[in-house]
Design a protein around this ligand. Structure first.
Ligand SMILES: [Zn+2]
Ligand SMILES: [Zn+2]
Ligand SMILES: [Zn+2]
Length: 157
């Protein structure tokens, strides 16, 4: 179950609006007449994204909900990971794995291929993976790392 405080959702809305915005937009999306992600003509149910330009930017409900699910499943996974003893001790955790599977489905739905922030290589289903929150001002801070990469990095410090 997803429980998020409204102010958290507001932050998510801003983050999705800023950092998930495609670099190049077709004229219709720039003019606020089409969804910035799928570029289909916007209708009355479109979601207005946080202002990043003088003109308003819109997203269709389907694209918006897909990105929201992508972020929220990561946030749930991350919240679990930071609070779970097994995860913190880098042990196999089935709850974490469940969160990861849900999150990977949402990533796949919007064409994202999660990569390890440390090595960087794709995350295979057989590998243990951690959600990683990272500081970045140019990109959204949803991240991942192989557990073995995290352990290697920690031991070299
Ligand atoms: Zn769309
Ligand atoms: Zn866990
Ligand atoms: Zn790695």
């Amino acid at each position: 179950m997803i429980t998020q405080a409204p102010e958290v959702l507001y932050d998510v809305h801003e983050c999705l609006s800023w950092y998930e915005m495609p670099g190049r937009l077709p004229a219709a999306a720039l003019a606020g007449e089409a969804c910035v992600w799928c570029t289909r003509p916007a209708d009355a149910t479109a979601v207005e994204l946080a202002p990043s330009a003088a003109l308003r930017r819109l997203a269709c409900q389907r694209c918006y909900a897909a990105r929201l699910a992508w972020y929220l499943t990561w946030a749930d996974w991350h919240t679990h990971f930071t609070a779970c003893t097994a995860c913190q001790q880098r042990q196999t955790c089935y709850v974490a794995h469940g969160h990861r599977l849900l999150h990977e489905q949402t990533a796949q739905a919007i064409g994202k291929t999660p990569e390890c922030l440390v090595c960087p290589a794709p995350l295979l289903a057989t590998e243990l993976v951690a959600p990683l929150c990272w500081e970045g001002n140019t990109r959204f801070n949803v991240g991942y790392a192989h557990l073995r990469c995290l352990t290697a990095r920690a031991s070299t410090r």
